[in-house]
Design a protein. Structure first.
Length: 97
């Protein structure tokens, strides 16, 4: 269950089925979407509470990618340092990040 403040009302829990998460992972990994592979190093900046981080952590696990989580309150310099130190190839974040 993922909690969202939503844009249509009060905060609520959204239930994702195992099938929905699995199918989303299958859709996220191929070449026509994120092209994730075991060679990738994924830096997650969006919290898991935000649409399950777009399912990228699960898709990364499915393909065997290395995953790094930025922490609870990353600052811009933290993100840049992680990208450089860990040789990050994919960053999960919104454009303002």
């Amino acid at each position: 269950m993922c909690y969202t403040s939503g844009t249509t009302g009060h905060p609520k829990g959204v239930v994702y089925s195992h099938r929905a998460v699995y199918l989303h992972c299958l859709a996220m990994a191929p070449a026509d979407t994120l092209a994730l592979s075991e060679r990738d190093v994924i830096l997650h900046v969006v919290p898991m509470s935000h649409a399950n981080a777009w399912c990228v952590p699960y898709a990364g696990l499915m393909v065997g990618a290395t995953q790094i989580f930025a922490g609870s309150h990353p600052q811009p310099h933290d993100i840049v340092d992680l990208v450089e130190a860990e040789q990050v190839t994919v960053v999960g974040g919104v454009p303002t990040i």
